[in-house]
Design a protein around this ligand. Structure first.
Ligand SMILES: Cc1ncc(COP(=O)(O)O)c(C=O)c1O
Length: 464
């Protein structure tokens, strides 16, 4: 096979529909449970938080969902994103592997998060919502939703995990530029936040707490809905534009992915890349036909917050206060407060139910990496390829380098594709700390066991 291009700019083909993996899954997704009764949620439960179209998409049986025109118009600002070949990195590693990366940092907000933010803001606006509330870890999701709300004329309140609010104030400023109100979480704005602060005024916050605050705020104000940037089925659905474009871009150059890699917080950029690559395989499996090739698919998480590699598959709340529906997922327990690593977007105790099911079935694999080796990999990548990865995305860079080195040992000419989910130009404080040797690795111990004791206790529908 001859590869003529070092760079493949994807300009030209816009994806016009999202891929819904639900009808192709080889298992039933256990339903979300009402947090009070622990019985399956009714659509009404969800409609008090999300707009109707989003609730419909969450459980849709349709294989594809057309992307509305106004959403496509915004996507055109940065989509299709480039798929690039990391030629210099390959040479530096002396690997026979070919390494490609899908660069989602190409968007105005610097990450993949805009793909769902724009869709969610659009559906809310169409159904009469006036204000959206949300949480954000490192600030990428909050930035994306802030931009989307500016485009669709919605107000936006962002609860930003306190440690990131303090570490990443430029992100906060960017959200404010787009017109959002940004509060450090835990905050005194909500009962949840006030309770946590009265027990520990220095609490660093977590995504679970910020979600509780944002949902409480939405519940207690009219014309206000909540928007989640990861985990749920509709979020992964919106992110499938990443994988659909990558499939087309690889086809154009006669390549086929042997290995797909992405970092996982709640699972949306990883799911967005890999789900379309599973389609033919899952369909053939269902129809009993000859099995097509399935790439190796690797989810990469931090050792500090290892939901897949050290969590358990059980029903758990998506937030710390237990006010959002409980999901069947790999979880470290909703009370788990991850150590304050710089990849703030990966500090989430749970994992997308779709990805959790795929992992349980052995269709995807997972590995955990420490933040020091992650930053070393990111610096090498920047020296070779120029782009500075977001700390979250750098987890995928680290795994891609490791797989390329494994390929070298086995002399395997693998085609490796990873998602560079965002750029790190607003994370220079983290890089500064790395260069000064100030970063630490974390491996939680008894905290995980302790927090797993807080899982919801009532009858667990669908538990195995
Ligand atoms: C750049 C980037 N990559 C990855 C993630 C992790 O989220 P997810 O697993 O939903 O893609 C985040 C979350 O904030 C992020 O900002």
């Amino acid at each position: 096979m001859s590869i003529k291009h070092d760079f493949i700019f994807g300009k030209g083909e816009m994806i016009t529909r999202w891929y819904n993996i639900l009808p192709d899954l080889p298992f039933e997704l256990p339903p979300p449970l009402n947090p009070q009764t622990l019985e399956p949620v009714s659509p009404e439960d969800l409609l008090s938080i999300f707009p109707e179209e989003v609730v419909r998409q969450e459980v849709s049986p349709d294989e594809f969902i057309e992307i509305p025109g106004p959403v496509l118009d915004v996507y055109r600002l940065w989509r299709p994103t480039p798929l690039l070949r990391a030629k210099r990195l390959e040479e530096r590693l002396s690997t026979p592997a070919r390494i490609y990366f899908k660069f989602e940092g190409f968007s105005p907000v610097g990450s993949h998060k805009g793909n769902t933010a724009v869709a969610q803001a659009y559906f809310n606006r169409k159904e009469g919502t006036k204000r959206l509330t949300t949480e954000t870890g490192a600030g990428q999701w909050g930035t994306a939703l802030s931009m989307a709300c500016a485009f669709f004329d919605l107000e936006c309140t962002v609860y930003m995990v306190r440690i990131s609010y303090e570490q990443k104030h430029y992100r906060r400023t960017l959200m404010e530029v787009y017109g959002s109100e940004v509060l450090p979480s835990p905050s005194t704005r909500t009962k949840t936040g006030s309770g946590i602060l009265s027990a520990d005024p220095q609490h660093p916050g977590s995504l679970g707490i910020a979600i509780s605050e944002a949902v409480e705020d939405a519940f207690s104000h009219p014309s206000t809905k909540y928007s989640l940037g990861s985990v749920l089925n509709h979020v992964l659905l919106h992110q499938t534009v990443i994988g659909e474009e990558t499939l087309l871009q690889l086809e154009k150059i006669g390549e086929k992915a042997d290995v797909l890699i992405g970092c996982v917080g709640g699972g949306s950029n990883f799911g967005g890349l890999v789900l379309p690559f599973l389609r033919d395989f899952l369909r053939a499996k269902k129809s009993g036909g000859p099995q097509p090739f399935k790439p190796r698919i690797i989810a990469v998480e931090p050792t500090a917050c290892p939901s897949l590699t050290r969590g358990i598959y059980a029903y758990d709340f998506g937030d710390t206060a237990g006010i959002v529906p409980a999901l069947k997922m790999f979880t470290l327990g909703h009370g788990f407060v991850p150590p304050s690593i710089h990849a703030g977007g990966l500090r989430y105790h749970g994992m997308s139910p779709i990805l959790s099911g795929l992992y349980k079935e052995g269709l995807i694999e997972a590995r955990a990496v420490g933040q020091r080796e992650v930053f070393q990999a990111a610096v090498l990548f920047a020296k070779m390829e120029g782009f500075l990865p977001a700390p979250e995305s750098a987890h995928a860079v680290k795994a891609a380098i490791d797989v390329a080195l494994e390929a070298k040992e086995k002399n395997e000419p693998l085609c490796i594709v990873f998602n560079l989910s965002g750029h790190g130009y607003l994370d220079l404080g983290a890089y500064e700390a790395h260069l000064k040797g100030l970063l630490q690795d974390y491996e939680p111990g008894v905290e995980i066991e302790r927090s797993l004791k807080t899982l919801p206790q009532k009858p667990r529908v669908g538990d195995s």
